[in-house]
Design a binder for this molecule. Structure first.
Ligand SMILES: [Zn+2]
Length: 261
């Protein structure tokens, strides 16, 4: 396994629009800086100004407008390289490089790989920076939640979530929205006795009361507390009346209950 070097990078997280997160990834060695998605150009520019970083890349996770609307203005201003899945390059002219599962991306010396994570949209991708213990998961995985299954199937979404769950436990997860508190309220209806979830609820109450983001989270924390990653746990299947059923069916039921919550 290559040596991890978590101090090679910095991140800057900021709110955009109503509840979207923008995040910048900065390579200390070269100064290269990526915006992960671009909900709105003004918020990204403000973050660049605050950090003093220069935008070199935009890494796009999926085609929704609240992740792409800021791209044209940023590309025009900074001439940055836009990397995106095919569902974005087929819809918009601003993409320089189309990527899919297993492709490598570089932000200066920071090396990431693409993971196909369809379900929320048909062509959603995530970016994993192994040596830097980071993953950018867009609207696939949220803290204590997951994205709505809009274009894919529950089976597809469950498989995508399992791929993210397989990342190392200490992987920091940056997602596209601040939904954690509402997700916890729902998750506790399914797993009222989950101690890791109760601990996360207390932590999030404290963070929100101090005006802090609840992101990033880690894969290890999410595996213990996020009901959507736990659809193959017997206690979750039992809680939704589907003991012994395949995990994808349990996942579908949990997701449908959240849609109605
Ligand atoms: Zn979306």
């Amino acid at each position: 396994m290559p040596l991890r070097r978590p101090n090679a990078r910095q991140t800057n997280l900021f709110l955009c629009l109503k509840d979207n997160y923008g995040v910048l990834l900065h390579d200390q060695a070269t100064g290269a800086t990526a915006s992960i998605d671009a909900p709105e150009s003004g918020a990204v520019e403000a973050a660049l100004k605050a950090t003093g970083w220069k935008l070199t890349h935009i890494l796009v996770t999926h085609h929704h407008a609240d992740h792409t609307d800021g791209i044209p203005a940023l590309k025009q201003k900074y001439g940055c390289r836009v990397i995106a899945p095919a569902e974005v390059s087929s819809k918009y002219p601003f993409v320089d490089e189309t990527v899919k599962e297993g492709d490598r991306v570089k932000v200066g010396n920071l090396a990431g790989s693409v993971i196909d994570t369809p379900g929320h949209t048909a062509g959603h991708i995530s970016y994993w920076f192994h040596d830097d213990a980071l993953a950018f998961v867009g609207d696939t995985l949220f803290s204590i939640g997951c994205g709505r299954v809009i274009e894919g199937t529950p089976q597809m979404m469950w498989q995508s979530l399992c791929k993210l769950r397989d990342l190392p436990d200490d992987t920091e997860i940056y997602c596209g929205h601040e939904y954690t508190q509402a997700n916890i309220q729902f998750a506790q209806t399914i797993e009222p006795n989950n101690k890791a979830l109760a601990a996360r609820a207390a932590e999030v109450r404290d963070e929100i009361s101090r005006g802090l983001p609840t992101i990033p989270t880690t894969i290890g924390e999410e595996k213990a507390a996020n009901v959507f990653l736990r659809a193959d746990q017997p206690e979750v299947a039992a809680a939704v009346g589907l003991s012994g059923k395949p995990a994808a069916e349990v996942f579908r039921e949990v997701r449908e209950r959240k849609n109605r919550f």
